[in-house]
Design a protein around this ligand. Structure first.
Ligand code: ZN
Length: 244
């Protein structure tokens, strides 16, 4: 990441752009030529993985986050390791056969993982989850081969398809298994890689400006040259420029 990427996130978040759009723009900027098209084609799990790796490059392995206990509202301070959050994510959005069980029957679904393009298309859909299922599930059949119309899904079948979707791309929704220190309640909470990274970058907006100012004053480089430096290099120069 360079300062330009950090600024892109800060501006997009301040403008209230949807998270999926900011993610595509950031990954696109970091992937180079044709980046946004490539970022849209990536599975959600791959996008989350890349965000975590970008964050690790910028802020380090440990992640300080907060969660709140759903039973007693206690705030939990979390100290997470990036390596423990990373899991395998599908590299391609190719269709695969998934077995599932619903309504006391075994089913076969031909489905593919959700991509950034799907998430973008789902923006504004009245029911984004149903929209994504319709888009990513091609066929559903009972295990004896009898096809089932996708327009006629029971609640149980939707839940089983959602579960198959999670097995297909576990990194699409990172979940933390937590225990509340106050009431001992055990619960599972989602970890939002994009939200975490964007909040940390937004919190540094003033610091980025101070670094650009300090380097500009000391080295007489242009703003775009300083913002184009890789983040560790910029910070090293800024530390020297700010040293008494
Ligand atoms: Zn609690």
């Amino acid at each position: 990441m360079t300062g330009l990427d950090e600024l892109l996130v800060q501006d997009a978040v301040a403008a209230g752009q949807p998270r999926v759009v900011v993610t595509t723009r950031l990954l696109g900027a970091c992937l180079g030529e044709g980046g946004e098209v490539r970022a849209l084609a990536l599975t959600v799990g791959r996008r989350e993985t890349l965000l975590l790796e970008l964050r690790r490059g910028a802020f380090g392995e440990r992640i300080e986050a907060v969660a709140s206990c759903p039973r007693c509202d206690e705030a939990l301070d979390l100290d997470l390791a990036t390596a423990e959050l990373l899991a395998a994510a599908p590299d391609s959005s190719a269709r695969v056969e998934m077995a599932l069980e619903a309504e006391g029957t075994l089913w076969q679904a031909l489905m593919r993982p959700v991509t950034g393009a799907d998430q973008t298309a789902a923006l504004g859909a009245p029911d984004p989850a149903a929209f994504l299922l319709r888009r990513c599930v091609s066929t559903l059949a009972r295990s004896d081969g009898v096809p089932w119309p996708l327009e006629e899904l029971s609640t149980g079948m939707v839940a089983a398809l959602d579960d198959a979707m999670r097995r297909l791309d576990p990194m699409a929704e990172i979940r933390l298994e937590l225990v509340c220190p106050a009431c001992r309640h055990e619960f599972s909470a989602p970890f939002d890689a994009a939200g975490q990274l964007f909040a940390e970058l937004a919190a540094e907006a003033d610091q980025l400006l101070r670094e650009v100012m300090a380097i500009g004053r000391a080295c007489h480089w242009r703003e775009d040259e300083i913002l184009g430096l890789p983040r560790p290099r910029r910070r090293a120069y800024a530390a020297l420029a700010m040293a008494p």
